[in-house]
Structures are given as structure tokens and as C-alpha cells.
Design a protein around this ligand. Structure first.
Ligand code: ADP
Ligand code: ASP
Ligand code: MG
Length: 396
């Protein structure tokens, strides 16, 4: 069997859902377990709705409209979705009266996105003659701790997921499981989330626990790219990446995979393929333990990630990694050749870091860039050799 995970952009509307259904159908013989994210930007919209509710405004019209219209276009029964929308409305009404929201309620609130998308897909596949059944993650034993908004999966999932899915693996159950990504429940029965992008982790966890042949994560890019394509349009796919490299990339801010998603598959050795649902003939990237040496290594530059990098790491506060021109980067060097290197600038607090790099907020962008360049050369990393110092000009 295999695990196929489709991200939000892959299931953004009725057309995309039909297309994904055809991809699932093409892999039917491989016994896919399907993991889905919420449709399009639904998670963001739900988080916005939470912020509005705290101000006393209940508004889920956008989310409701998208799901109702999609169900109509797919011609599937929307009762289960309508029930969820009603529950969602009640929750928002409650928040709007209290004018406050806990992390726990926020997780409960965002869970509606994934819960609706799996119902939609299962109904559509079944209607198309491909029997499918939706599962909320906890229905197949996916439990977590109570660290709301960034929950860790419990070790019990290794044994529990196979208990629920063995029938499907050995052929006694024929309905394709369509499972919610991103969400779980704690032992008290409260809904939790695994952090943004958490569907990748749900997928790799299921794949590892089920000893799947491979985990496929279907996205809107041709695999793991040399840099962030939203910043550098020349970004190219890297055909083969190790778990360690993928993890490093994710942790350093390349938004392509959830930072913890490599943990279960590293343990089990399950290969992960990153594929493009918009371009199915593209080979994508394969993530494995060791390089086979068969794939050509693309030596490109990673500088484009800098902008999102700074944004993300800034928010965390302790380390900034400027991938400028790689001599010092560890594993990234292999992927990106000697065109990029990392400057690690550490500071005891975000305030100190900010002062060291950015000054006191009155500097021009050029001045900031100069300071970054100076900091880099002081650290003896290829002094002055880099030709790109990109820096976000609207840091907080
Ligand atoms: P998903 O559909 O699985 O949720 P995401 O939107 O979370 O996908 O992640 C894919 C996006 O990550 C791409 O659309 C791309 O814009 C961005 N991205 C940033 N850095 C990289 C990179 N190095 N390789 C591939 N994609 C990247
Ligand atoms: N829907 C969630 C998010 O937008 C989880 C995911 O897409 O993986 O972060
Ligand atoms: Mg994602």
C-alpha cells in the first residue's frame, strides 16, 4: 500500500477535487490511504474568522460558500458538511459572546477545514464508483499530547494506526480511507493540531506505521526545489534528497514540508515522493535515507529562500540563517553546490539580534544589507564573495 497526501492547493475547488480523484483512481491498485488538507486557504480563513469572532463578529460566509458550492458542483450530498458548518457557526457565536479564544478552541475551530474536505472527497469518489470512506484522524488512532496548535503525536499511534487500517491493507475492507491531515485528539478527547502544514506529518506517520511502500505528498510544485519559487522563478526541482536534508530544509524555513514530517519515515525508512498534482508527469523529488548516486545533483543557488527564511526565523527569534552563497552550509551544500552558504548569527534574544542587524528601525535597506554583509565577513564565511544579500524590508 501507499499513502497519498494532497495539500490545500491540490483540493482548492471542484475542478481540483475531480482531478485529484482521477489521480487516486490511477493508483487504486496500490491500495492508497489518502490524507487531505483543508480546501485552498480554508485554514487561514478559519483563523481570520476566529479573530473576527473575538471582536464580536461571526462571519464564515466565505468558507461556507466555498464548501456548499463545491459540493453542488460535484453533485454530492452535503448533509455531513452542512452539519459541520452549523457546528462551526455555533462555535464562532460562542467565541463572539465570550470575546476570547483559547488555543484549544482555536484548534477545534480550524479542524473544520480538514473535516469538511475529507467528507467531500469520500462522497465524490464513492459517487464516481470508487468506494471511499472518510475518517477523522482520531478514528484511526491518531492521538497527540495537549500542546494545542503544535501537538506531538503519541507513541501509541505506531501500534494503533495499523489496528484500524489492517483490514484495508489485507483487502477485507475495500473502501479507500480518506483521512484528515493536520488534526488529532488528545487523551481527554479535545481536538488538537500538529502545527501549520501538519498534514505532511499525518501522511508520513501513517506511511511509517503501516510500512507503506511509499508516501506521496502531492503539492503545486515539481518537488523539492532549489529555492522558494515564489521569490526566485528559476527554482528547479532536486530529484533526490535525503531525510536529513529535507528535514534541514524544512527546519530552515523552506515551506515545502512540515519540519517534523521526516521523523517517522526516518525511523521506518519509508521513501517519500514529492509530486506536483498540477503536473503529474513531472518525476518530482524522492526523499530517501542515503543518496543512490544515480540522480544528478543540481547545483543551484538557494538565496531566494532568504526572504521567507528571515521572516520565519525572525518570528522564532534566536537564530537567523542567511543562505547567501554556501561554503559553510552543512548538508545544504551538497544540494545547492558552492553557490550558497549560511551565516549563522546567534543572539540571546530577538531584541539583541534586531539591534545587531537592523539597528533601531530607522536605517535604510542599504544600510541593513551592508551590516549583514559585514556580519557575514566577520564570521569569515567567504568574505565579500556573495553577490546577493536579500533582506526583508518590512521586518516587525
Ligand atoms: P501543500 O499543498 O502540501 O500544503 P505547501 O503550500 O505547504 O503545500 O508547500 C508548497 C509550497 O512551498 C510551494 O507552493 C512553494 O511555493 C513553497 N516552497 C518554498 N520553498 C520551497 C522549496 N525549496 N521547494 C518547493 N517548494 C517550496
Ligand atoms: N490545512 C493546514 C494548514 O493550512 C494543514 C496543512 O495544509 O497541511 O496549515
Ligand atoms: Mg503544506
Amino acid at each position: 500500500m501507499i499513502v497519498m497526501k494532497f495539500g490545500g492547493s491540490s483540493v482548492a475547488n471542484a475542478e481540483r477535487i475531480k482531478h485529484v480523484a482521477s489521480i487516486i483512481k490511477a493508483y487504486k491498485e496500490k491500495k492508497p490511504v489518502v490524507v487531505l488538507s483543508a480546501m485552498g486557504d480554508t485554514t487561514d480563513h478559519l483563523l481570520d474568522a476566529a479573530d473576527q469572532a473575538v471582536k464580536g463578529i461571526v462571519d464564515v460566509e466565505g468558507v461556507a460558500k466555498l464548501h456548499k458550492e463545491t459540493a453542488e458542483l460535484l453533485n454530492v450530498n452535503i448533509e455531513t458538511i452542512q452539519d459541520l458548518l452549523k457546528e462551526l457557526n455555533q462555535l464562532l457565536t460562542g467565541i463572539s459572546m465570550l470575546k476570547e479564544i483559547s488555543k484549544r478552541s482555536r484548534d477545534y475551530l480550524v479542524s473544520f477545514g480538514e473535516r469538511m474536505s475529507v467528507r467531500m472527497m469520500a462522497a465524490y469518489l464513492t459517487k464516481e464508483g470508487i468506494p471511499a470512506k472518510f475518517y477523522d484522524a482520531w478514528d484511526i488512532g491518531i492521538l497527540s499530547d495537549s500542546n494545542y496548535m503544535a501537538a506531538e503525536l503519541l507513541d501509541s499511534v505506531w501500534d494503533d494506526i495499523p489496528k484500524y487500517l489492517t483490514g484495508y491493507k489485507n483487502g477485507t475492507d475495500v473502501e479507500i480511507p480518506i483521512v484528515t491531515g493536520f488534526i488529532a485528539k488528545d487523551v481527554k478527547g479535545n481536538i488538537t493540531t500538529l502545527g501549520r502544514g501538519g498534514s505532511d506529518l499525518t501522511a508520513t506517520m501513517i506511511g511509517a506505521a503501516m510500512q507503506a511502500e511509499e508516501v506521496q505528498t502531492w503539492k503545486d510544485v515539481d518537488g523539492i526545489l532549489t529555492t522558494d519559487p515564489r521569490i526566485v522563478k528559476e527554482a528547479k526541482p532536486v530529484p533526490e534528497v535525503t531525510y536529513e536534508e529535507a528535514q534541514e530544509l524544512a527546519m530552515f524555513g523552506a515551506q515545502v514540508l512540515h519540519p517534523r514530517s521526516m521523523v517517522p519515515v526516518r525511523k521506518s525508512g519509508t521513501p517519500v515522493r514529492v509530486k506536483n498534482s498540477y503536473n503529474i508527469t513531472s518525476p518530482g523529488s524522492i526523499i530517501v535515507e542515503n543518496h543512490t548516486g544515480k540522480e544528478e545533483v543540481y547545483a543551484g543557488s538557494f538565496y531566494g529562500t532568504l526572504k521567507s527564511e528571515v521572516e520565519r526565523i525572525w518570528a522564532k527569534g534566536h537564530v537567523i540563517i542567511f543562505d547567501i552563497d554556501v561554503q559553510g552550509g552543512v548538508n545544504l551544500k551538497r544540494i545547492f553546490g558552492d553557490k550558497a552558504f549560511s551565516v549563522f548569527i546567534q543572539a540571546p534574544s530577538v531584541e539583541v539580534l534586531r539591534e545587531r542587524l537592523i539597528g533601531r528601525g530607522t536605517d535604510t535597506l542599504e544600510a541593513i544589507e551592508k551590516r549583514v554583509a559585514k556580519a557575514a565577513s566577520e564570521m569569515e564565511f567567504a568574505a565579500g564573495k556573495f553577490d546577493h544579500v536579500l533582506i526583508n524590508d518590512d521586518l516587525p
